[in-house]
Design a protein around this ligand. Structure first.
Ligand code: CP
Length: 335
């Protein structure tokens, strides 16, 4: 495996093999599998889970890792193309990325969307420019529209909990948040649930529809896997018979890049905080999923997050296991 960028680039057999490997490495550790291997980690956006779980994964497999981020004592990192560098930053990513990559056997990169122009972000313009500078294997640790490490971990979580693939009902719900957040998690989570063959409903208020190409990609994946994709702004209808609700906030697509109008629209939506009454029509054991970090009392109530429905810690631990599988496949013996 040379890149891990998007579950859409993997066959069903490759996804199943990664999930089986993640399980195997959990039950039967291989502390020498990546001995002498180094993973470079470049974080141009913040993280807790992705950073810690990649470092833990490399250590558990016998390898090592190092982290570079703009907050560290580096020379100031410029990311804009074609810029005259007469400001604070003394180094451009065009040099920094190949240098960092050259110290490792693989590199992980995180760079969130700019959130100024939807077409620009959907084209993964920045991320593609960065990965074009690398000739070692690389991992997408969250780009403008993708978060494949989260997606693989979430797929594993659904399997671990015996949530049915075909016939399982998955609600991806927008939730209130004071800031306009990226589309990477909702877009790639929708694709993942659809690809798993689930009946997926995107529950969102008006103005927060996911972009049509994102919906189309998910519909095609669902059709191929025996599932379906719907959209609704009716909570009771969407939650009817749901096995899982996956909450996430995202930017208004109606006002993408327009912070003032996005804010005006979301200010009236503070009641989009997942709480126990949301589950009235759902399956009795309907689960609550979220990629974390999550704002308590804003995105979800304490009662749901601390209650038996919540599987967020299980999901977060699966990040490490899923990434161990990816690293083993990318850097292990015989690859
Ligand atoms: N879910 C996730 O990617 O968490 P971090 O942003 O903390 O890495």
């Amino acid at each position: 495996m040379k890149t891990f960028n998007d579950l859409a680039e993997l066959s069903n057999e490759e996804i199943s093999a990664l999930l089986e490997l993640a399980d195997r490495l959990d039950k039967h550790p291989e502390p020498h599998a990546l001995q002498g291997k180094v993973l470079s980690l470049l974080f141009l956006s913040p993280s807790l889970r992705t950073l810690a779980s990649f470092q833990a994964a490399m250590t558990r497999l016998g390898g090592g890792s190092f982290v570079i981020s703009p907050d560290m004592s580096i020379h100031g990192l410029e990311t804009r193309p074609g810029i005259v560098m007469d400001g604070a930053a003394a180094e451009h990513i065009n040099e920094a990325i190949p240098v960092i990559a050259s110290y490792g056997d693989a590199i992980g990169i995180r760079a969130f969307a700019e959130r100024k122009n939807l077409e620009h972000d959907m084209a993964e313009t920045e991320f593609n420019a960065m990965t074009s500078l690398i000739d070692t294997p690389w991992i997408n640790m969250e780009s403008a529209m993708n978060h494949p490490c989260q997606n693989l971990a979430d797929w594993k979580t659904l399997d671990d909990l015996d949530v049915p693939a075909n016939g399982g009902k998955f609600v991806l719900s927008w939730a209130f948040h004071p800031k306009a957040l990226p589309l990477a998690v909702p877009a790639s989570t929708l694709y993942t649930a659809a690809r798993r063959g689930m009946d997926v409903t995107v529950l969102r208020p008006e103005g927060f529809e996911l972009p049509e190409p994102v919906m189309q990609r998910a519909r095609a994946a669902a059709e191929a896997a025996g599932g379906s994709v719907q959209e609704s702004d009716d909570r009771a209808e969407a939650m009817q018979g749901a096995h899982v609700i996956y909450a996430k906030s995202w930017s208004s697509t109606r006002h993408y890049g327009d912070r003032i109008n996005d804010q005006k629209l979301r200010n009236g939506l503070v009641d989009w905080c997942v709480d126990e009454p949301w589950f009235d029509n759902a399956k009795e054991d309907c689960r609550f999923m979220h990629c974390l970090p999550v704002r308590r009392g804003v995105v979800v109530s304490d009662a749901v997050l601390d209650g038996p429905r919540s599987v967020v810690i299980h999901e977060a631990r699966n990040r490490m296991l899923a990434q161990m599988a990816v690293l083993h496949r990318m850097l292990g013996a015989g690859q």
